[in-house]
Design a protein around this ligand. Structure first.
Ligand SMILES: *[C@@H]1O[C@H](CO)[C@@H](O)[C@H](O)[C@H]1NC(C)=O
Ligand SMILES: *[C@@H]1O[C@H](CO)[C@@H](O)[C@H](O)[C@H]1NC(C)=O
Ligand SMILES: *[C@@H]1O[C@H](CO)[C@@H](O)[C@H](O)[C@H]1NC(C)=O
Ligand SMILES: *[C@@H]1O[C@H](CO)[C@@H](O)[C@H](O)[C@H]1NC(C)=O
Ligand SMILES: *[C@@H]1O[C@H](CO)[C@@H](O)[C@H](O)[C@H]1NC(C)=O
Ligand SMILES: *[C@@H]1O[C@H](CO)[C@@H](O)[C@H](O)[C@H]1NC(C)=O
Length: 822
């Protein structure tokens, strides 16, 4: 613009000069040229800029007020997202439809008049709304700097010497471009809907295990759905030890990540424009541009099937293929809002809990509702599994795997999906009064009661039409088969199993279970604990107070100290803890995260911690109770290590963290804290030396990565203490002895005794307070397991799962298995 004005003035001067020379022809020509120039000036766009200098700005009113990268690969400027609503974005140049790769104010668009992006004289780049409100700033501070859009799609603020003061590559939205580094601070957030720019519920980042994950993340629910949550990290080919948290897609189309995960674009090679986008349906896709048609095609996807993303169909909803992915409600449910499936389905018939109403179960083969298991048992018969769900008011359905007898009673139904070969069957609880044969055929999303339940999701997966047809036939066949099977199975169950009455209502348990894990305000907790009056105990992670919540539940409120995370990360770690249900784990009810306050709210466990009862004489534990505690703690840890949604290492198993509930049922406290706290912290990795002297495994002192086997070791110490009734640190007899040495020496002795094949020594080892009242087989087994758990070489220690198996073996099986266990 300004350049043009100079020319204008120059020509004006020249033409007057020439007129003064009285050359009429030249003068006429010049005047004509002049008019043409004026026309050009009015219609032509200003010469494209690739950089913004200090004191200059881009204005929202002028479409052509944009930055263009030197080779015109990318454009940066205002983008209209709604009537009179604009974002400041970067998009690919010269495409038929605009593909936005970065946006600064996706949830906060600015007005179509008076909004500007200005580079101020101090080098700060700011986005201001019509009234001057500051929407965004780079917070740069250099009077030399200028802003430039590079051909990589990176918008940078840099000094003349090339130092980059700020870059858009550090703040991705839902798209990662080639050579854009994804690191510990990066996060991709999906868009809320197709064609929308605003933030949606799916995110991708490096979690605290250093694994790049995809996660559904809303305040109500959160769950990781990729890599496959059924597997451990290493089973998914991910490494957890590399804390560098670094990933990048290169020019060839190869993606490499520090968690040892890598993939190649299907069109691997240079010279292709690509982008990796976390789409609104929760799938991460790599797109390549076809330069001839200017359209995108998919060259890699994270989820082979759309239904694998979590919560696509909301609570109780099921994602099915028929043959494209669709949402449907299970039988006996109806959709909440046909225009928005994320609101899920609701029950048509309520199951009254307190009246002794009768229930029946409805089979949904090849279906799964992932997560929200409140219990887990394996090798159960179908009847036993069904009984667990039947007896528990809060159980909505249960999953059952026939071969293994895995039984998953569910407290809520989320992440539903159904596809042939899912390998899991769901049995829905419905009132007996409902005629199941009437609802059975409505499984495939053709339910006439649900108004138009087939709302498509993820339709924009292009470039697979031939594949689609193939699948259509396949699924057509499968669905017919499926319906027949459903009918068959349903009638089968109805016929075989007599309906049983629901046992006495479990009101209390129900209320505790059904109340969501939620956020509390600090004020609320202050009131509940009467200003943190009654302290229950104090540990390394903080003090615990007793409180009564507004709904009259008695709670334990823990004030955490040394929490490393910001509010958001704290929340996401916690929402995960909140989803852990197991009777041997203290139930977490919620948390508070305000300013510097970080508190955890959990159930109050009435009988205090194990150390008080076992060592301090606040009561006395009989043998059967000790054995029960050993089994319960093992089950709780096995759940954390093997069955949980994510893999959790406790890192601080000790009697203080084992609470005793009714009938001395143990409940493990403080699990999941290892990730939240920064003790002696080396930052992102599990910080070195957590745990408590006497209970910590030898590898804490080495540089080996920390695994679940550290808990196995600590559990071994607790087992010995349960048998002996004396804290391991009190076994010291000599002066200046270290607890580790004493433990070593005792272990040697126990090994010799065990190998001797005699049993008399066990009487001397067992707590004398028991007065000989104990089961020597169980005692021997506990010692034997403890010795294994305390192996220096951690690969020799058993898993918690096999510890549970050992403990539960009946007495006669014991003898034959004891040898093989070693
Ligand atoms: C910017 O830098 C100048 C000189 O280095 C300093 O005086 C000023 O306080 C800085 N401003 C901000 C906002 O950091
Ligand atoms: C961790 O990942 C980074 C980035 O991919 C890599 O350079 C480094 O070698 C890895 N470290 C280990 C120990 O594998
Ligand atoms: C990393 O990946 C390579 C090949 O992709 C594999 O050979 C190696 O075992 C993996 N390392 C770990 C620790 O998973
Ligand atoms: C299943 O497990 C729970 C807790 O782990 C236990 O209380 C229950 O007795 C088990 N049920 C059966 C039938 O083993
Ligand atoms: C259930 O419905 C079917 C079909 O409508 C009917 O034949 C059957 O008698 C009904 N059963 C009961 C127990 O009402
Ligand atoms: C998503 O948007 C694209 C382009 O606007 C459109 O072609 C496609 O049909 C949309 N998909 C759905 C599911 O609405």
């Amino acid at each position: 613009m300004i350049k043009g004005m100079y020319w204008f003035v120059f020509l004006l001067c020249s033409s007057t000069q020439f007129s003064a020379m009285r050359n009429p022809t030249l003068s006429t020509i010049l005047t004509l040229l002049f008019l043409v120039f004026l026309l050009l000036l009015t219609f032509a766009s200003p010469s494209p800029r690739s950089s913004l200098t200090r004191h200059s700005y881009l204005s929202v009113e002028d479409d052509s007020d944009i930055l263009i990268s030197p080779k015109n690969s990318f454009t940066c400027g205002f983008h209209e997202v709604g009537s009179n609503a604009f974002t400041f974005s970067i998009w690919f140049s010269n495409l038929n439809s605009k593909t936005i790769v970065w946006t600064v104010n996706r949830d906060n668009p600015v007005n179509g008049h008076g909004s500007r992006v200005t580079m101020r004289k101090d080098g700060n780049v700011v986005l201001t709304d019509y009234d001057g409100t500051l929407i965004w700033t780079t917070s740069t501070n250099s009077t030399q700097a200028h802003t430039q859009l590079l051909d990589t799609g990176n918008l940078v603020v840099k000094d003349p010497d090339g130092t980059i003061l700020w870059q858009s590559f550090d703040y991705p939205t839902d798209t990662l471009l080639p050579n854009q580094v994804f690191n510990r601070n990066s996060k991709l957030v999906s868009a809320a809907a197709n064609g929308s720019l605003s933030s949606g519920p799916y995110i991708s980042y490096f979690d605290s295990n250093n694994v790049l994950i995809l996660m559904y993340d809303t305040p109500e629910f959160a769950s990781v759905y990729w890599p496959d949550p059924e597997n451990k990290a290493w089973e998914n080919g991910r490494a957890t030890y590399n804390g560098s948290k670094y990933a990048v897609l290169d020019d060839m189309g190869q993606f490499v990540s520090s968690d040892n995960w890598t993939f190649k674009a299907s069109d691997l090679g240079p010279g292709i424009r690509r982008r990796m986008t976390l789409d609104y349906d929760g799938n991460l896709r790599l797109y390549s541009l076809d330069e001839s048609t200017k359209t995108w095609s998919i060259s890699w996807v994270a989820l082979s099937s759309v239904c694998l993303a979590h919560s696509l169909c909301g609570r109780n909803g099921i994602c099915v293929y028929s043959p494209t992915p669709q949402c449907t409600c299970p039988p006996g449910f109806e959709v909440n809002d046909p225009s928005d499936w994320s609101k899920g389905c609701k029950r048509k018939y309520n199951i009254a809990c307190h009246q002794s109403h009768q229930v029946q179960f409805f089979a949904l083969p090849d279906t799964d509702f992932w997560g929200y298991d409140f219990n887990y048992n394996s090798s159960l018969s179908f009847r036993a599994c069904r009984k667990i769900c039947k007896m528990d008011c809060s159980c909505e359905a249960f999953g059952y795997k026939k071969g293994t007898g895995d039984c998953f009673p569910k407290i809520e139904l989320h992440n539903g999906k159904s596809y042939p070969g899912a390998g899991n069957n769901i049995f829905l609880k419905i009132p007996r009064s409902v005629n199941a044969s009437k609802i059975s055929p409505r499984l495939q999303g053709h339910d006439p009661v649900c108004n138009n339940p087939e709302v498509s999701i993820g339709k924009d997966i292009r470039g697979r039409s031939t594949e689609k047809k193939k699948w259509a036939n396949f699924y057509g066949f499968i669905s017919a088969f499926f319906v027949i099977e459903v009918l068959f199975v349903t009638f089968g169950w109805l016929f075989i199993f007599r309906r049983e009455k629901l046992s006495a209502p479990m009101e209390e348990g129900y209320r505790a279970m059904s109340t969501q894990f939620r956020r509390f305000t600090y004020k609320e907790l202050k009131r509940a604990t009467r200003n943190f009056k009654e302290e229950l105990g104090r540990g390394g992670s903080g003090a615990v107070y007793k409180g009564v919540l507004d709904d009259e539940r008695v709670a334990a409120v823990k004030k955490l100290e040394d929490v490393i995370q910001g509010e958001e990360e704290f929340h996401s770690e916690l929402s995960f803890i909140g989803r852990i249900y197991h009777m041997n784990l203290v139930r977490m009810w919620g948390f508070c995260s305000e300013h510097s306050h970080r508190l955890l709210v959990s159930e109050f466990v009435e009988n205090g911690s194990l150390d008080k009862v076992l060592f301090h004489g606040d009561g006395f534990l009989r043998w059967s109770e000790r054995f029960k505690i050993a089994v319960g703690v093992a089950k709780g840890l096995a759940y954390l290590h093997h069955e949980c949604l994510e893999w959790v290492i406790h890192c601080d198993v000790k009697p203080e963290n084992i609470l005793l509930g009714q009938n001395f049922e143990p409940k493990i406290a403080d699990f999941g804290l290892a990730k939240l706290l920064n003790r002696g912290g080396s930052g992102q990795n599990l910080s070195r030396i957590q745990g408590t002297r006497g209970y910590i495994a030898p590898e804490w002192a080495s540089s080996l990565p920390i695994t679940g086997k550290v808990d196995v070791y600590s559990y071994g110490v607790v087992l010995l203490e349960l048998v002996k009734g004396v804290r391991v640190s009190d076994w010291i007899i000599g002066r200046g002895e270290e607890v580790e040495m004493v433990l070593r020496r005792s272990l040697e002795l126990l090994k010799v005794n065990l190998e001797s094949g005699q049993e008399s020594w066990i009487c001397d080892f067992v707590d004398s307070r028991l007065d000989g009242q104990f089961n020597s087989k169980e005692a021997l087994m506990m010692v034997e397991i403890a010795v294994c758990c305390l192996e220096d070489e951690r690969s020799k220690r058993p898993s918690m799962e096999s510890v549970v198996h050992m403990l539960l073996l009946s007495d006669d099986e014991l003898n034959s298995h004891a040898a093989s266990f070693q």
